[in-house]
Design a binder for this molecule. Structure first.
Ligand code: DNO
Ligand code: MN
Length: 394
């Protein structure tokens, strides 16, 4: 695996030197300053590449070229946004970049209720608390029709939770959910959020799949032509929320994706933390089945809680994910590709990390502080090396 590190650009409190010291050789980044949906020009791409080269690093994977909401809803200017996306892919390829991550989650990107959940050892983790989320949906957002999606028991728990909240807690929970976590290209106020949700009226799972198929049929041929591997990031959490469909959550979804556009350029970001939240996702099996389409890997582990819809981010080698099993499958695939003449290892990054040690006293991007990711990367590299020595002598 190629060891990479996500960097949010010049404003990231974690520097490129930090990334190198952590052991990364490649950088995962995006042009976050370009408005969502506009074309990434070769000048802008080259300027970012030059910044990285100055530090002895290179741009390994784009995460993400964001998919504009208009493409997902097929409203307004969506065809222009698809044309822009095609052009951004051409420009990236012209600059030598060959791997592009994206996601197709309606309205919200990844979602957590708690960005600093205290662990017994004093470190802090990201958490999704299903009861807090229900309190937001039922009592803060007051989404019409939401009642029907919760059992009487869940509604009672959410009401109790809400009744105990202070105004600050309400403000924090709301911000955590709708303001946009790092990498999400959109953030909303409550009013904007409501308006954006209503853009999905009448868009169910089947419709969203149609819209994604339209998008893929337009961009995969371009990716093929210019030599870019597309890698869709799964939904996080991997199930419908707020009445919005989610279509990249399960093995069945992965199968649908591969059947809809069969090209290998239509591939996956295998994010173990996102897929791993569902007990019915067998990650080793999924990695095996779609190994030849895995173009980018996010490694982290989540831990399901007593409430099966709640989870928090565990340390990278603990939690519900069979990390050793997944890495072994990836190394098998790499061996296969090597034997077939592939020049490149599969890029992997430690996805998220606990806020710990000195980082507890620093301003950090939730999930993307330095030390927790450094620890994760170190552990994952250890697993990789041990597996290589035992099973992959060539
Ligand atoms: C979640 C993380 C996120 C992710 C974005 C999609 O698993 O990897 O930061 O990168 O949701 O790019
Ligand atoms: Mn991920």
């Amino acid at each position: 695996m190629e060891h990479t590190w996500r960097w949010y650009g010049p404003n990231d409190p974690v520097s490129l030197d930090d990334a190198r010291q952590a052991g990364a050789t490649g950088i995962v980044t995006a042009l976050h300053h370009i408005p969502n949906g506009e074309i990434w020009t070769t000048d802008e791409i080259k300027a970012r590449q030059a910044q990285l080269a100055e530090k002895g690093l290179y741009w390994s994977v784009v995460e993400s070229v964001p998919v504009h909401e208009a493409i997902k809803t097929q409203r307004g200017d969506w065809q222009r946004y698809i044309a822009n996306y095609q052009q951004s892919l051409r420009n990236l390829a012209a600059c030598g970049i060959d791997t592009v991550c994206y996601n197709f989650m309606p309205v919200l990107d990844w979602t957590r209720t708690d960005l600093g959940w205290l662990l017994p050892n004093g470190a802090r983790a990201l958490r999704f608390d299903a009861v807090a989320f229900a309190a937001f949906e039922l009592h803060i957002l007051k989404r019409p029709g939401a009642q029907q999606t919760y059992s009487a028991d869940e509604q009672r728990q959410a009401a109790d939770y809400y009744a105990a909240m202070t105004p600050e807690a309400i403000a924090t929970l709301t911000r955590n959910i709708i303001a946009g976590l790092p990498g999400a290209e959109e953030g909303y106020t409550l009013e904007q959020f409501q308006a954006q949700l209503s853009q999905y009226d009448g868009i169910d799972k089947a419709r969203l799949r149609e819209h994604m198929a339209t998008f893929l049929r337009a961009i995969v041929p371009v990716a093929e032509e210019v030599g870019i591997m597309l890698a869709v990031h799964p939904d996080d959490p991997p199930r419908p929320i707020l009445g919005l469909p989610r279509i990249v959550s399960t093995q069945e979804d992965m199968q649908w994706l591969t059947e809809t556009v069969s090209s290998l350029h239509n591939g996956f970001t295998f994010c173990t933390g996102s897929y791993g939240v569902r007990a019915d996702n067998d990650l080793v099996q999924m990695a095996k089945t779609y190994a030849d389409r895995i173009h980018f890997i996010h490694l982290r582990a989540t831990q399901r809680e007593e409430n099966p819809n709640s989870f928090h981010e565990a340390a990278h080698l603990t939690g519900d994910v069979d990390m050793v099993g997944v890495i072994k499958v990836i190394l098998e695939e790499e061996q296969r590709r090597r034997r077939a003449g592939a020049a490149r290892a599969i890029p992997m990054r430690p996805d998220h990390g606990h806020q710990m040690l000195d980082d507890l006293h620093k301003q950090t991007n939730p999930g993307y502080s330095a030390i927790g990711r450094l620890k994760g990367l170190a552990e994952l590299r250890g697993v990789e090396l041990a597996l290589k020595q035992c099973f992959f002598a060539d």
